[in-house]
Ligand binder design. Structure first.
Ligand code: DC
Length: 241
């Protein structure tokens, strides 16, 4: 009889959800690493940042300023009617595809100006409540790798494997600039660094679901190690239970 090998990522403690959470600041490489970890494990990849970006985009399109009390009713209506879908990328290595109704917004939500819009909507309790429920629904059956800011603390506190991926703002700026230039976009390094620092502050200082490391997460500093090493470290942890 052949020996039964445990399937990777299936040996979670019984009280845990078979979910991997990867949180950390912007530009740290979470999406690259998460996509690869998900592919290796045969899990679905959930890009929660794309969901906040999509809401930021929808608000911008509708002229809704989330900080303006006069716009709260319109925001609530937008959230109640939100038809947001995430689909797997067309080819391996690409970003997740994002749709608002029938409109594909995958490229639009990843434009630099949408980063700040996403950060602003992500501080609004009603937005977080709506997206958190959608994310929990997607993860309830397990087999998911979620990346974001609060996936290990708020969305999936019972996740079996939690990571906090970190790198210095300067290193994250260097990577972001390289990525945007590769896409043919013009970018100013000082401005990019200032934006990264401002977004860190927004994400860490907001009162609701701020960016903090879960007490039971493993901290990985990727400032001096590449994505291959980060992925290998994560898979090692997941396969060891
Ligand atoms: O990961 P990203 O850059 O695509 O995220 C866009 C914004 O959304 C970011 O400023 C923080 C916010 N966000 C959040 O508050 N919670 C998450 N789980 C994911 C993203």
């Amino acid at each position: 009889m052949s020996e039964q090998m445990p399937e990777q990522g299936t040996n979670a403690a019984p009280d845990k959800l078979r979910v991997v959470t990867i949180d950390g600041p912007s530009g740290v490489g979470k999406s690259t690493v998460s996509r690869r970890v998900a592919a290796e494990l045969g899990f679905t990849y959930l890009d929660t940042g794309a969901m906040y970006r999509a809401v930021g985009y929808a608000c911008a399109q509708a002229g809704i300023e989330v900080d303006d009390p006069a716009h709260q009713e319109a925001l609530n209506k937008l959230l109640a009617e939100l038809d947001l879908r995430l689909l797997p990328p067309e080819k391996e290595g690409d970003e997740v595809r994002v749709f608002l109704g029938d409109e594909e917004v995958s490229a639009a939500i990843r434009m630099p100006e949408m980063s700040m819009a996403a950060s602003q909507v992500s501080a609004v309790p009603t937005v977080r409540a709506r997206l958190t429920v959608m994310q929990q629904e997607m993860g309830k059956a397990g087999g998911l790798v979620a990346d974001g800011r609060d996936t290990g603390t708020v969305v999936f506190p019972q996740a079996a494997w939690k990571f906090y991926l970190d790198a210095s703002p300067e290193e994250r700026c260097r990577r972001r600039v390289a990525q945007l230039r590769e896409r043919g976009q013009e970018v100013d390094e000082q401005e990019t660094l200032a934006q990264i620092i401002e977004r860190d502050r927004n994400d860490q200082e907001r009162t609701i679901a701020p960016l903090v490391m879960a007490a039971d997460a493993l901290h990985i500093d990727s400032s001096h190690i590449n994505a291959d090493e980060v992925v290998a470290r994560m898979l090692e942890v997941v396969s060891s239970g």
